[in-house]
Each structure stands twice: as C-alpha cells, then as structure tokens.
Design a protein around this ligand. Structure first.
Ligand SMILES: *Cc1c(COP(=O)(O)O)cnc(C)c1O
Length: 848
C-alpha cells in the first residue's frame, strides 16, 4: 500500500526533559560533542543509527524517556548543557568585543567611525549545515553552512536566507554496470529541526511574490537555529498555491530555466520579504548589509531598490546608490560557462508587467543584467552592478575574476578591477575529529610540541582504521545495492588495509575536477596500488549532476577499474558522497588528492578539512593550495599550464602525479624508525601548526567582517543619513559625470627630468586637464609610473595623486619605483565620498 500523505509526529517530552527539545532543535549540537554524548546516552543503538537528536527522540521508547525524567544524574547533565547553550547564545563573543573596541576608538574622533553592522543577511541557494537538514548539493552549500556556524561562534549577527527543498539533495547509488542512479528522498519539514514562522494566532506567515498573469506565489518561512544564527528557508509547498507554483521549491538545481528563475525570484525577492517579516516579528535588527553568496540570489537587490523607491520616494539611481552601499557579492566560479544566465525574454516574462516590482522600471532591471549577448541576462553581472563590494574566494580566484569581469570596468588594468578576494575556510569544530582536538588542542592554541611522535602516529592510525571500517561497510552495502548476494561478498570484509598509505579523492564530478586523471595510465596506477613494499590504497567518491551524462561516464570508468578483482582491495568508489561520509574521509586519509585543471577550481575546501586532521595535501596549485602550499606542508603537482592540447596536458600532469606518489609520498610514509615515520610526521605537524589556524571559517568570517561588512555598514550609514543625502548626491553626480565625461581630457603631461635619474629619486610631474565643466572636487588626477612593454603598455605601476597648482595645472612629486626603462602618464578619475574605489564607476580618462 502506498501512503497518500506522509507526516511526522513529534515526541511529547516529559516535563523534566523539556530542555532536550531546545538542545535538539538548535543545530549547535552538530559541532558540540558533549551535547551529542548526552543524546547518545539516551539510547546508544538508536543514536548510532540515526545520529540526529530529533529522530532519536521520536524513536526512543516512551518508558525510556520516563525513566530518564527521574534520573537525577541525567537531568543534571541536561541542565548544565542547556545552561551552556544559553550562555553560548547570549554572551559576548568576538564581534561584541570588537565593536566595543571600535566604539572606544571612535570616541577619539579621528575620522569617520567604522560601523559594525547590527545585522547582516546572508543569502545562498543552498545551505549544508548538517546531514540532518539535507538542503545542499555540494561545496557551495557546505561553505554557506560553515559561514553561518563560524558567524555564530564569533557572535556575528547574521541571518541566513535560502529555500527549503522538498528534495534538498539526491542520493546516489550505482547500477550493476557502474552507472549513477539517483533517488530523491522527500523531506517532511515537520520532522526536521525547523519551526514555521507564525502569527501570534499560530497561523503560518506567508511571503507573497507576484507571478505573471495576476497569479501569486506564496511561501512559508521555516526557521532553523544554527547556534546564534537564524536560518530562514522559504517553502512554496503550501495550500493556496497553484500546483506548478507549489513545486517551485521541489528540487535544488532541478528543472529548466523557467523553474530556476522562479526559484531565484523566490529566494531573492521573497527572501528579503521574509527577513523583513522575521525582524518585525522578533525585534531582531533589520539588516544593514546584504551578502549574496553567488549570483543566484541576486534579485534581492531589486527588491531593496523597490523598497527604497516605493517607501522613500527615491529615483532608481538614488536607490541604486544606497543599495550598492549595503551589498556584498561573492563570486564562486572561474568559468564563464558556470555563470547563471537567463534569456531576456524569460526575465521579461516575470518582470515585464511590473507586478513583481511595482515602481521599478523594467528597462533599468535589464540594464543591470546586460552582457555581450543582448539576448541574455547575466546574474553575475547584475550581482556586480548591485554590489559595491565584490570578491572571489581565493587569491588566485580573485585574479581570475578581475580578468573575467574586467570588461565591466573599461579603461582599467586588470589589477585595478574592484574585485578582491577572501579565501574560503572551513568550520573547525565541524570537521576536526574530536580525538585530534583532544590530543593536540584547539587550532591556534595547539600544544603539538608536547605530543610525541608515537602518540601522533597512533592518532593518525586510529583515524585511518576507522575509515577502513567505514570503507568496508560501504563497499559491502554498495554491492548489495548493485544486486550482489551476501554469499559472494565475503571479500569485502578485508578490502583496504589499516596500515597502508591511504589517499582520498572525493568531490562533485564536473569535467574540470578530472575525476579520472588517475586512470590516464592504468598500468602505472595498478603498479602503485599493488607495490609489494609501499602500496597505496585509494578511496574515491563523488556525485555527478543528474543531467550530466559525461560526469556519469567518468564515474563509471572509475567503478569499472575498481571492480577488477586484482585491485579491488586497494581502490574503492563509495557511492553517495555527502557530509556523513565526507567526515570519515577527512579524518582518515593520509593524503588528500586534488587535480583540477588550473585555474578552474575557485578555492576548494575539502583539502582544508583533511589538513585540520593531519592529512597532507597532494594537489595541483589551484584555488587555496596555490596560496597556502609552502613546500613542506604537502606536495604540489606540477601543471603543464602552457600546453594547449588538453589530452596531452592530462598525460603530463598524470605522469607528474604518479611520479610524486611513487617516488616521494609513498617512500616518506613507509620510512620508519621504531615503527614511526618521523619525516612524514614532521610534515603532519607542520600542516596542523601552520594550516590549522589559516583554513578556519572563523578567519574567513572575520575577514568578511573587516573588509566587507564593516565598510559596507559605514557606507550605508552615510548613504542613508539626512534623508539619503549622499545617495541622492551620488546619483546626481553620476548623472553630471555622464554628461561631462566624454569631454574630459588630459591635455598635457610632462616630467621634470634632468639626465638619468636614480631609483627612489623624486621627479616632478605636471599635467593640464580639461574638466569639461566638472569641478576639481569632482575628480582625482593621478600620475601613473611603472615599467613599460615594447609598445609602451605600463605595468607594475604606482599611482600618486596630483594636487592643483597655482596656474590651474596639476602637479606631484613621484619617487621613481623601479630601475630600467620606465613610463609615466596622468589620468582623471571620479571622486565621491560614497565611492569605495576610484574604479567603481568604470570611468577613467588617460593622457594621450
Ligand atoms: C567540503 C565539502 C565539499 C567541497 O569540497 P571541494 O574541495 O570544494 O570539492 C563538497 N561536499 C562535501 C560533502 C563537503 O563536505
């Protein structure tokens, strides 16, 4: 019989155990081992199986709960933990201390006080907080989850905003011949750590978004509690929605462009409405800063434009100045093909009739998403045009992004494009094995020097042993799923060896990640796996996008190789990579392998999680590894950057990988003195010591606070002050600039040179400028000095502002920055107090 409806009945807890409900619904338990232990103590067996307090409470027999309700020791433990949680939720943390410190500085009165925002909204299409709330597909979601957790630990007043998908992720299994098969488990929000936002009457609060043809898309708002951070998730599966609209939040990244734009409209526009409602209802401060995690949620900026235009009577451009001041945009893709784009017709369909965003001129909306192809609307371009601050997610990715989006700032060198970088990080308490923290201490306060080599080695061996147990269990389950009989699976009890060098490779499988690079020369791989003294074992996992048959074919190649009885004890493909499997891999692998095509990995974070546990990275110098590799914390696989033929490049890089594994990695691992690999452990120590603190999401969130949230909040305060004076002025300034700029000229530029100057000597530069009616206060005039190429292109430049001289010209003294052949020029740039960078408006006039 098939059920026509599913629903979940929550356990009624005996009164003395009421606090368990709070401990179970606040997701802080996911990174707080003492709370996990409390729940495990209720019923070890159920805990082992479900690993989720809410499900445990739903399954545990009522008489066990009654027994615990009279167990003084248990009640005392629960009470202590719930007090600990309350302290965690309400006490001052880093952010509050930092704010007090800045308030102290502000009182000294030097310059405009930096403002720490009282609230920040963080929008993302996916959030991977825990497997108990499956609402993510991969790295982007896990990163967003880690961002919330670290913000909570630091006391940063963040509100997360996204969608709740009926099938938030898919489960992967394999067919007999190794082809990926997807299942879409359906969630019931009532059984998850979520509460609906309701009116005081108990009626669910609905967000409304207009759809074409006079229809309305409604969504409920579910709240998850991620420590101190509320996470609001919109759900369109509500009574009153037309059937097709009920399905808007059915699947993450499922469906066609039409489905996707509806999801993004709900996340962005509905998301802002949900935050507004949440803040009104709870008294939480309204966000000053909006952070768009990737372009998908970019419509949020349009809703804020509408709010200001309808509510404050600002023009589009005035509102744009204010919205930009408070928006931070993070881009995650280094490939144009990875960018979210919609046909203009589709955007017209949803926005064109004006019902969705009354008062906002649709043509201006189109302008925000304009790109080279006039038929397409580009979400990343809109993200950049709506955000005054933008960043990539590693240093290298920052460079790639400045290059990729440079055309939006014509006339500027790539280095000046106003896209910075904040390198991703991972949430230590989530991803570090408890035993590691217990043995060596918290990141940044480790006492590694007191840990002997043999203790450190025992720790690593224990983590590897646990992984091997997990591999055996999963290999067996996978074969049962593929149709094997238990009778033929005895061999799975002995796959993998707890003493063999263990290499992990797990990730989604878009082409650029090169899942099958290791198979380029199958004989060499076989040789490494089966080496008589220094064998390697390889655990592989990864999901392909359901629509990507190319990715599925790559998985099949790995599976076919690993199915071979002569190697299957040394290589395994584990289906259904997710957070619960990932944990074992990050804990137990000795080496974490990553071999993307450089520079297509924006950051990558799985290697960071391995490093936290003493795993060594063996990776192409891409993303974070390009920046953090230091020669002794792992290995860099050399890249064949210049080689145009991709197959030849793969051959070269695969050969380099085999070479490193066989002649450096394995020998070091198996070089033992008194049973311990001393040189290997030296690298493990160095990794834990030097990478441990730097790969933390807390470091990342602190950087966002200092370099983005704080300046954005300061700019917002300025933009909003005195009835939006600065925002209005910036709009009229942009308008004036638009008229005058085509006529602005640097008419003359000369250097006061006598003979051959020496390095560091100050040279006087003069320039004459025609401001075409602008006032000197409207512009910055700069001299630019640097090296020159054969055709006089400047590079390695320094810029020095010039001051108006008596005769109406501009002058500056410039210390010469380099030896050799130099060049110089002068240029004019816009100046306004609300601009974050002189490149911001994409306007510059250069001499000549
Ligand atoms: C960390 C993580 C990722 C991201 O890993 P990359 O190195 O960015 O590919 C993906 N999935 C899960 C489950 C993770 O924990």
């Amino acid at each position: 019989m098939k059920a026509v409806r599913r629903f979940t009945v929550r356990a009624g807890l005996p009164e003395p155990l009421r606090e368990l409900g709070t401990l179970a619904t606040n997701l802080r338990w996911t990174w707080h081992p003492p709370t996990q232990e409390l729940f495990a103590a209720i019923d070890q067996g159920i805990w082992q199986r479900v690993g989720d307090p809410l499900r445990l409470l739903a399954e545990v027999p009522a008489n066990r709960l009654e027994q615990l309700a009279t167990d003084g020791e248990f009640l005392a433990r629960a009470d202590a933990l719930s007090r600990d949680l309350r302290d965690y939720l309400t006490g001052d943390r880093w952010y509050q201390h930092r704010r007090a410190e800045l308030a102290g500085h502000g009182a000294e009165g030097n310059g405009r006080a930096d403002r720490m925002p009282s609230s920040i909204a963080y929008f993302s299409m996916e959030f991977g907080v825990t497997e108990a709330l499956p609402n993510y597909s991969g790295g982007l979601g896990v990163l967003a989850g880690d961002h919330l957790k670290a913000a909570s630990d630091l006391g940063v007043p963040l509100i997360g905003v996204g969608l709740l998908y009926r099938s938030g992720y898919f489960r992967q299994s394999l067919s007999l011949d190794g082809w990926q098969v997807e299942h879409y488990p359906v969630i019931d929000p009532n059984g998850l750590p979520l509460e609906p936002l309701t009116e005081p009457s108990g009626a669910p609060i609905l967000v409304h978004v207009a759809m074409p043809g006079g229809r309305v898309l409604r969504a409920r708002i579910w709240q998850a509690r991620v420590g101190r951070v509320p996470l609001l998730l919109l759900d369109s599966d509500v009574d009153g929605n037309d059937d097709d609209l009920r399905g808007v939040t059915d699947r993450l990244y499922g469906g066609d462009q039409n489905h996707r734009i509806r999801q993004e409209i709900l996340a962005g526009i509905g998301g802002v409405r949900a935050v507004r409602t949440y803040c009104e209802l709870t008294g939480h401060a309204q966000p000053e800063v909006f952070h768009t995690n990737e372009g998908h949620a970019g419509f949020l900026g349009l809703e804020r434009l509408r709010e200001l235009m309808s509510g404050q009577n600002l023009s589009f451009d005035e509102a744009l100045s204010a919205v930009r001041a408070g928006t931070v945009f993070t881009t995650h893709t280094p490939v144009p093909a990875g960018i979210d784009r919609f046909p203009v017709d589709l955007v017209q369909h949803y926005f064109g009739d004006g019902a969705l965003l009354p008062d906002v001129d649709f043509r201006r909306v189109l302008g925000l998403g304009a790109e080279d192809n006039p038929g397409m609307f580009n979400m990343a371009h809109m993200g950049l045009r709506l955000a005054q601050r933008a960043n990539g997610v590693s240093k290298l990715h920052g460079e790639v992004s400045r290059d990729m989006f440079g055309a939006l700032w014509p006339g500027f060198d790539t280095a000046e494009v106003p896209i910075t970088s904040v390198t991703n990080g991972v949430h230590g308490p989530t991803w570090t094995a408890r035993e590691v923290t217990e043995s060596i201490g918290e990141p940044g306060e480790t006492h590694l020097a007191d840990v002997s080599d043999s203790a450190l080695w025992n720790l690593r061996c224990e983590l590897r042993r646990r992984l091997v147990g997990e591999v055996r269990r999963r290999v067996r389950d996978a074969w049962l799923q593929r149709g094997a009989s238990p009778l033929e699976l005895a061999w799975t009890d002995t796959v993998f060896d707890p003493d063999v060098l263990t290499v992990g490779f797990a990730r989604r499988v878009p082409t650029y990640k090169r899942l099958t690079l290791m198979l380029r020369d199958q004989e060499r791989l076989r040789h490494l796996l089966l080496h008589s003294e220094r064998p390697v074992q390889l655990v592989v996992a990864g999901k392909s996008h359901p629509a990507d048959d190319g990715g599925k074919a790559l998985i099949q190649q790995i599976v076919k190789f690993a199915d071979d009885p002569s190697v299957r004890h040394r290589i395994a493909f584990l289906p259904d990579y997710d957070m619960s499997m990932a944990r074992y891999l990050y804990w137990g692998c000795d080496v974490w392998l990553n071999n993307p095509t450089r520079p297509l990995e924006a950051c990558g974070t799985s290697g960071m999680k391995a490093a936290l546990n003493g795993g060594l990275n063996l990776s192409i110098r891409d993303g974070w590894w390009d920046e953090f590799y230091d020669g002794s914390n792992g290995w860099a696989i050399p890249t064949a950057d210049g080689v145009g033929d991709p197959l030849r490049r793969d051959d070269l890089e695969a050969a380099a990988l085999y070479e490193l594994l066989g002649s450096q990695v394995a020998p070091l691992f198996y070089d033992r003195t008194d049973g311990v690999p001393a040189q290997w452990l030296a690298m493990v120590r160095h990794t834990l010591d030097s990478l441990g603190p730097r790969v933390q999401a807390s470091r990342m969130v602190q950087e966002y606070v200092e370099s983005a949230y704080k300046p954005a909040a300061t700019a917002v305060e300025l933009a909003h002050a005195e009835d939006y004076r600065a925002a209005r002025e910036l709009a009229s300034y942009r308008d004036r600039l638009g008229g005058a700029w085509p006529h602005v000229r640097v008419t003359h530029c000369e250097l006061d040179l006598h003979g051959a100057p020496v390095l560091g000597e100050r040279v006087r530069v003069r320039a004459s400028v025609d401001l075409a009616g602008l006032s000197p206060a409207d512009v910055v005039v700069q001299v630019v000095v640097g090296r020159v190429t054969d055709n006089d292109e400047l590079y390695d430049v320094v810029t020095v502002p010039m001051s108006p001289a008596e005769d109406g010209a501009y002058a500056a003294e410039v210390p010469l920055p380099h030896t050799g052949t130099l060049g110089a020029t002068a240029r004019v740039l816009p100046r306004h107090e609300l601009l974050a960078s002189p490149a911001e408006l994409g306007r510059v006039v250069v001499a000549g």
